[in-house]
Design a protein around this ligand. Structure first.
Ligand code: NAP
Ligand code: HSE
Length: 338
């Protein structure tokens, strides 16, 4: 039996759920000839007790954290320390599994060579447990035409609950309890988290060099939406949703995030209410719809664990598309911005 030692950076919502899920897979790992063990867990406050994590594994010291381990799982978030630890691991040749879309979007120049080598696994970073990255890679045989998605669970949940009559504050507290919020919830409601995710998707689908700064300039959030606006739209047969899109505009691929008004029959409304949904349009495959849970501890940890299996089996991580794909002459669907 070969022992695989995991360094887990982050023991919060996702990290604790991952630590709880891991032992349930012991027999499946053993069938692969592997004994997979949680070796160390890096957190800010090691005195805090955490479900699934024995306190003897906790440390707040990043020095030596990567010594004597075989895989890094990074679910701490942020772009500074998490980025440095991830890059150190990759430079040592360790496979890295991460759910950190902010890091992927914002420090791509440093991460890209490692992603191209197949050492970076990040299914959990977009739509959490709904496996969109693997699906998009399987669609490389198509000419991508456009992509539209509800990719932030918090905003999707807030909008649904406000449509149902909750106040913003009530809905926000519920989303917090469900483990949906980023450490800085302004990233959720300001559209930035969706922008991180569409940037990650864009590099996998249309352009490996898609610029984060350009996406950020085309990003708006939901802070100006009121329960009255949402309910009025419904009364008129429409729904307002925060949508992240990739589409052609004046000979360039554009990625943008903004609230839009959609007919109630639109698949993003019927499939994406309170959760995540994405429409991919390609030639020759046509339109495809993906939908499911896009946030929460267990949901996200399941995708982290799926990536761990891939890493242990020697399957490459998530590769960016090798070169930018041709830009279609025009967008198919024009969404009405609110
Ligand atoms: P969280 O509950 O805030 O947990 C973050 C963990 O990282 C905590 O254990 C924290 O330590 C630790 N940490 C943060 N900064 C650190 C630092 N500088 N040094 C050492 N430890 C540090 O966050 P989460 O919801 O689990 O999310 C983690 C990551 O997964 C983020 O990148 C997030 O975007 C991504 N993600 C989350 C979800 C979701 O639904 N929650 C879904 C998909 C992706 P303490 O506990 O001591 O503070
Ligand atoms: N805060 C994120 C969301 C977590 O609400 O979608 C999942 O990435």
């Amino acid at each position: 039996m070969e022992t695989v030692r995991i360094a887990l950076m982050g023991g919060g919502t996702v990290g604790s759920a991952f630590a709880e899920l891991l032992p349930l897979h012991r027999m499946r790992f053993e069938a692969l000839g592997l004994e997979v063990e949680l070796a160390k867990v890096l957190v800010r406050d090691p005195s805090k007790s955490r479900p699934g994590i024995p306190s003897r594994l906790l440390t707040d010291n990043p020095a030596g954290f990567l010594d004597d381990v075989d895989v890094l799982v990074e679910v701490a978030g942020g772009t500074t320390l998490a980025g440095d630890v991830v890059l150190q691991a990759l430079e040592r040749g360790l496979p890295v599994v991460t759910a950190n879309k902010a890091l992927l979007a914002e420090r791509w120049d440093e991460l890209r060579p490692h992603a191209e080598e197949g050492n970076l696994y990040y299914e959990a970073s977009v739509m959490a447990g709904t496996p969109i990255l693997g699906a998009l890679q399987s669609l490389w045989g198509n000419q991508t035409l456009e992509v539209h998605g509800i990719v932030n669970g918090t905003c999707s949940y807030l909008i649904r609950r406000m449509e149902e009559g909750a106040t913003y504050e009530e809905a926000f507290q519920e989303a917090n309890k469900l483990g949906y919020l980023e450490a800085d919830p302004n990233l959720d409601v300001g559209g930035i988290d969706s922008a991180h995710k569409i940037t990650v998707l864009g590099r996998l689908t249309v352009d490996p060099g898609l610029s984060w700064e350009k996406v950020l300039r085309r990003t708006r959030g939901i802070q100006h939406l009121t329960p009255q606006m949402l309910r009025q739209a419904r009364a008129e047969g429409y729904a307002i949703k925060l949508v992240a899109s990739l589409y052609p505009e004046q000979g360039q691929w554009v990625a943008a995030v903004r609230p839009v008004r959609l007919p109630e029959s639109h698949p993003l409304v019927t499939m994406g209410s309170g959760r995540n949904a994405m429409i991919y349009k390609g030639d020759p495959v046509g339109p495809l719809v993906f939908a499911g849970a896009g946030a929460g501890g267990g949901v996200t940890a399941s995708a982290v664990l799926g990536d761990l299996y891939r890493a242990l089996l020697g399957t490459p991580g998530h590769l960016p598309i090798p070169a930018a794909v041709p830009v279609p002459a025009q967008a198919i669907e024009r969404l009405e911005e609110v």
